[in-house]
Design a protein around this ligand. Structure first.
Ligand code: CA
Length: 226
């Protein structure tokens, strides 16, 4: 199991990221104060750190500098609302491994974390490169989808939605779960966006691939299980 140190002072974002990562099998420790973050990073064993830049009393870039300055080789992904190019360059030059700008979609963050963990030489956890359901194949590395070996054009959102369904074959997914996973915390809860995108997937991949579970949500129909 992979342990992640989440250095984030915004409770809503911390709770959202923690919940999502735990649902995907990670162990997450949250720290919001720079001193706690440094103490935990040096005294405990983590596989990766998500580091917010706007932290109270000490800038995330300074924390990064202190960690790297003391020889800490933990994988670090910067997570921040600052989309200024200077901060990105400073973060990467300061020894961050990657950079995700808020608002982000949870699935994008998850993909970046998995990619980083795969690249860690000391990490042997196998991560699937392909997902398959009947005649539909998702290549997780190239983010491409094939139906009967034919490449199907999907938007990033459609791909993420499809990935969620195929990784939860047979399970009923509620609208809320789909919103959380694919749209993150930046959606309008009253919108029918999930239903609209289910419509797109049915149109592109077959109208019987996803069943509507009245009043609850949707379920992927795996042809191998029929
Ligand atoms: Ca912050």
């Amino acid at each position: 199991m992979n342990r992640i140190l989440l250095a984030e002072d915004e409770p809503r974002i911390a709770a959202f990221v923690k919940k999502g990562l735990e649902a995907n099998g990670f162990t997450v420790e949250v720290a919001s104060h720079p001193k706690t973050i440094l103490d935990m990073a040096f005294s405990e064993q983590f596989d990766l750190m998500l580091l917010d830049l706007g932290l109270p009393s000490k800038d995330g870039l300074t924390i990064l500098e202190e960690l790297r300055g003391q020889g800490m080789n933990l994988s670090i992904i910067i997570l921040t609302a600052r989309d200024d190019i200077k901060d990105k360059v400073a973060g990467l030059e300061g020894g961050a491994d990657d950079y995700v700008t808020k608002p982000f979609r949870f699935e994008e963050l998850l993909a970046r974390i998995r990619l980083r963990l795969r690249n860690n030489l000391n990490n042997f956890t196998p991560v699937p490169m392909k997902l398959q359901s009947g005649n539909i194949v998702l290549d997780l590395r190239s983010r491409q989808v094939y139906l009967d070996h034919q490449l199907i054009e999907l938007s990033n959102t459609e791909f993420m939605l499809l990935e969620i369904f195929i990784s939860h074959k047979g399970q009923v997914m509620t609208r809320q779960q789909l919103l959380d996973h694919v749209w993150g915390y930046s959606y309008d809860p009253g919108s029918n966006i999930v239903d609209v995108y289910i419509g797109y997937l049915r149109k592109k991949l077959g109208k019987n691939i996803i069943a509507t579970v009245r009043g609850i949500g949707y379920r992927w129909i795996d042809s191998e299980l029929i």
